[in-house]
Design a protein around this ligand. Structure first.
Ligand code: HEC
Ligand code: HEC
Length: 356
């Protein structure tokens, strides 16, 4: 634990603490931010697939997460002070945006649909094209992105340092009042990791064995999802996302090259992060470009319009290539009904994730 704490401190204070270990009167110097663990329902604690470690250099602390929450709602992060992270990641939409493309600075819009923010503690890559390999690295992008917040880090640091609320918060989270991009990103990442959503009607039914939590139609939809509709092959419970970046055959010729646009590899063309389906009923519109307005349209795509001849189609889409996925009108309605059971209404209004 001491090793964790040292990473918050400057070298001189670290040496002071090492010396303090041999000096009983200076033990108080060890008091630092308090380690926090994620609040999970009992079934999730027991689920080995939900075990994880916080990054060694950015453990979760009460003070760090509280600072991250302030920063998430802080408009001083954007060039003209009009946008915060929460402008494009709105709690009532599971921290996604109802706009297909969100308005940013310089009268520009994002080129992709905003993503929901939940259960990110378990993810290994971020953005639709998986270009950020940690939440810490992810947080660097929006602040300076020209079409998003369009700020300069030096300016953000200056503004926060002049706001009397911030220096004490940085001190309690990181040991001194220095404000820089790394600490801002670390605090944001900590707050985002606390955003756990695992309490839906599906969870009551499936994990808590409350057999009446779902209607017969929703149970039929669940059966399809887990068997012949092959949804579970990629959107895996308990998180209902996949640790894959895949091409599901949305386009004959991908307009947005996805992962391929970043790596330049032809076999990455049209590949995108497999998003979570938790809270999917409130995160419309759907897909990386928000092309589908409703869940019905999404299901119609999976039923009728998968471009199965795509050369980079994912291997998990083999049932589509073989023409095995056939969904009747009733099946489609049942699947949509099931997807709607994945909403965690408490999460959507949980004050811990609202404006500080
Ligand atoms: C102008 C709108 C906008 C603002 C402001 C914004 N975001 Fe985003 N966010 C997006 C969009 C759009 C994406 C998807 C972009 C892509 O994939 O290329 C995204 C993606 C993300 C992701 C990736 C989620 C995942 O599952 O991979 C995280 C995390 C995130 N944003 C956090 C933040 C934080 C933290 C801030 C504030 C520092 C912020 N965003 C500010 C629009 C915005
Ligand atoms: C091969 C893996 C794979 C399979 C199988 C699959 N999905 Fe997806 N799903 C994805 C990926 C990847 C995306 C994002 C694609 C994009 O935006 O380009 C996605 C997107 C979605 C979305 C929109 C999510 C959002 O936040 O916009 C929904 C809803 C969805 N899938 C439901 C389903 C259902 C229902 C099934 C079964 C009929 C299914 N998926 C089968 C990988 C898969």
């Amino acid at each position: 634990m001491a090793a964790y704490r040292l990473s918050f401190l400057s070298i001189p204070s670290a040496i002071a603490i090492l010396m303090a270990c041999h000096h009983p009167t200076k033990q108080a110097a060890l008091a630092g931010p308090a380690l926090l663990s994620l609040q999970l329902p009992a079934w999730a604690i027991a689920d080995t697939s939900l075990r994880f470690d916080f990054p060694y250099d950015n453990p979760l602390t009460a003070e760090g997460a509280a600072l991250g929450r302030m920063l998430f709602f802080e408009k001083a992060l954007s060039a003209d002070g009009s946008l915060s992270c929460a402008s494009c990641h709105k709690q009532e939409f599971a921290f996604a945006d109802s706009a297909r493309f969100s308005p940013g600075m310089n009268s520009m819009r994002t080129t992709r649909n905003s993503m929901p923010l939940l259960n990110l503690a378990w993810d290994h890559f971020f953005f639709w094209d998986a270009r950020a390999l940690s939440l810490e690295l992810q947080a660097f992008e929006p602040v300076t992105a020209h079409h998003e917040m369009a700020s300069r880090w030096s300016e953000v640091g200056r503004r926060l340092a002049q706001d009397e609320r911030y220096p004490p918060l940085f001190t309690s989270a990181f040991g001194d009042a220095r404000i820089d991009s790394l600490r801002i990103a670390f605090a944001l990442a900590q707050f985002e990791r606390t955003m756990v959503s695992l309490d839906s009607r599906f969870d009551s039914y499936f994990y808590l064995k409350q057999r009446h939590a779902l209607t017969p139609q929703e149970i039929r939809g669940k059966e399809l999802f887990f068997t012949s509709a092959h949804c579970v092959d990629c959107h895996e419970p308990p998180l209902f996302k996949g640790h894959h970046v895949v091409n599901i055959g949305l386009d004959t010729v991908p307009i947005d090259l996805g992962m391929g646009g970043r790596t330049g590899m032809p076999w990455h063309l049209g590949r995108f992060k497999t998003p979570t389906l938790r809270n999917i009923a409130v995160t419309a519109p759907y897909m990386h470009d928000g092309r589908f307005a409703t869940l019905e349209e999404v299901i119609d795509f999976y039923a009728d319009d998968v471009f199965a001849a795509s050369p980079t189609l994912d291997e998990h889409m083999l049932p589509w290539r073989k023409g095995e996925v056939r969904l009747s009108k009733q099946d489609r309605a049942d699947l949509v009904a099931f997807l709607r059971t994945l909403t965690d209404s408490a999460f959507l209004s949980d004050k811990r994730f609202g404006p500080p």
